[in-house]
Design a protein around this ligand. Structure first.
Ligand SMILES: Cc1cc2nc3c(=O)[nH]c(=O)nc-3n(C[C@H](O)[C@H](O)[C@H](O)COP(=O)(O)OP(=O)(O)OC[C@H]3O[C@@H](n4cnc5c(N)ncnc54)[C@H](O)[C@@H]3O)c2cc1C
Length: 446
């Protein structure tokens, strides 16, 4: 386990570039959305605004609403007190960061004037403008902002459960810091002992679709550095016929994996796992296939939390209903398509792309600004263009900065970093710059 200092001193040229980049890159760049320009004078209102979920999107929205409105009664509901910097879990699971580095507290970021109910929402009734908590509290609202994030559906994989992470060669980067650290122990052992490593990816919409790829490439890179690469057989199992939704990045990866001797099984969806036998079952177009492994990175399918997915706010039909009961919003305005006083942002919404903190950064100002416009009886004009970004780490010290929009066009923030080839800047962003930028986003400052 190492810390930041092992990356070595930052050269003067690097310092100059990073300074020029401000807090850095894609995440900090506005990404096609318009930042909420806080009004010189906050808008007076006594509206009741409820936010469900105090994660990245919910806290950023609470801060923006709090500074833009005067007199609003803002309530945020979430029983979770720890704040997790989830983008850092990839670095914890690959032994680069310590788990404590990704743990913070919601209290530090929530404005004092916002009423925080430390409970979960069990039911949403948008016809009555009311939510009900698991503790039985009824909370009425005038405007609702849904930011519940998503649920990682371990039960969708037969034989899998959260408590298996860190046992029997099973890892998963998508859980909490403790499980990410246990995943690191599994990877550390695998890279030393060798054998067959299966790397998987849940089908459909998952948060940070780059994370399963980064875990695969960082594991491969580690084995090479340790001199054990020849004893590892590594196979990435894609549930589809591609590796990444953005076509240029997909082409890059389709060349990169074979060149690093990482095998690819196309159309292999992880269906079941037998932990003691260390055997996985994949659904394929040719029928079920069983593969033995020494290490497996399990990435389950993901879906909207039940309170949202079972509510009238979810898409009622179509691809976003079938994929994960995601919330129905207009993909540009972030406003609900059937309930005009309801908005959504973050991983829970059903939009063609997103599910990154970088998208949260671009979506929240749009959702908040449009909510305020509706409240003020103005037209809701802000638009989210689908911006998402991923510093796709290909090995320690290098990566590709991938930024794209709904049209899957690359929208690079920095002319000096090509999104088509590896560079050290995306690594420095991931390792050092994105967390401060994320914290500034939570405070509603960027
Ligand atoms: C391993 C990993 C790597 C990642 N890497 C990157 C990266 O490199 N770059 C990037 O931009 N993004 C990355 N992300 C994605 C990013 O972290 C998420 O997109 C972002 O956190 C989503 O924010 P959110 O507010 O929608 O959800 P979250 O931050 O997950 O917050 C959702 C909140 O809602 C609460 N909640 C859920 N249900 C209820 C309920 N019923 N009632 C009340 N509250 C509820 C939860 O307790 C939680 O606090 C990564 C994520 C992971 C897991």
């Amino acid at each position: 386990m190492t810390d930041d200092s092992t990356f070595g001193p930052v050269s003067a040229r690097r310092r100059a570039l990073l300074k020029a980049a401000g807090l850095g890159g894609a995440f900090v760049a506005v990404g096609g959305s318009t930042l909420l320009s806080a009004p010189a004078n906050a808008l007076p209102t006594s509206a009741r605004i409820v936010i469900i979920g105090a994660g990245a999107a919910g806290i950023a929205a609470a801060n923006r609403l709090d500074s833009a409105l005067d007199g609003a009664r803002i309530t945020i509901i979430d029983r979770r007190q720890r704040h997790l910097y989830q983008p850092g879990l990839t670095l914890v699971a690959t032994g680069i960061w310590r788990p404590g580095k990704v743990v913070d507290s919601n209290e530090r970021y929530l404005p004092r004037s916002v009423n925080w109910i430390q409970d979960h929402v069990a039911e949403i009734d948008p016809d009555a403008n009311r939510v009900v908590t698991t503790g039985g509290q009824n909370i009425d609202y005038d405007y609702l902002l849904v930011t519940t994030g998503l649920t990682v559906d371990y039960a969708a994989i037969e034989g899998m459960s959260r408590d298996l992470i860190g046992r029997e060669g099973i890892g998963c980067v998508y859980d909490n810091p403790e499980h990410a650290e246990r995943t690191w122990r599994m990877i550390d052992h695998y890279v030393t002992a060798g054998g067959v490593g299966l790397f998987t990816r849940g089908p459909g919409g998952i948060k940070c679709a780059g994370a399963p790829l980064k875990v695969t490439m960082l594991t491969e890179d580690l084995a090479r550095r340790r001199g054990t690469r020849a004893s590892l057989e590594m196979i990435y199992n894609s549930p589809s016929g591609g590796l990444f939704s953005q076509p240029d990045t997909n082409e890059f990866l389709k060349g990169e994996f074979p060149s690093r001797d990482i095998g690819i099984n196309w159309h292999h969806r992880l269906k079941g796992i037998e932990p003691e036998a260390r055997r996985a079952t994949f659904a394929t177009p040719q029928g079920d296939v069983r593969l033995d492994y020494d290490f497996i990175h399990v990435v389950p399918p993901m879906r909207a939390p039940d309170a949202l997915g079972n509510s009238p706010l979810a898409w009622q039909d179509g691809p976003f209903a079938a994929d994960g009961n995601w919330m129905e919003v207009d993909q540009y305005s972030m406003r609900h398509r059937r309930y005009g006083n309801v908005f959504g942002a973050g991983d829970c919404v059903g939009t063609p792309i997103g599910k990154t903190a970088a998208s949260v950064k671009a979506q929240v100002p749009v959702a908040v600004d449009n909510l305020i416009s509706v409240l003020a009886e103005r037209e809701a004009v802000q638009r989210f263009n689908g911006y998402t970004s991923c510093p796709l780490i290909t090995g320690r010290g290098r990566g590709i900065l991938v930024e794209f929009d709904y049209a899957l066009n690359m929208v690079p923030s920095f002319p000096f970093i090509s999104p088509y080839r590896e560079h050290w800047v995306p690594w420095v962003m991931k390792d050092r710059m994105l967390q401060p930028a994320y914290n500034a986003m939570l405070r509603g400052r960027i």
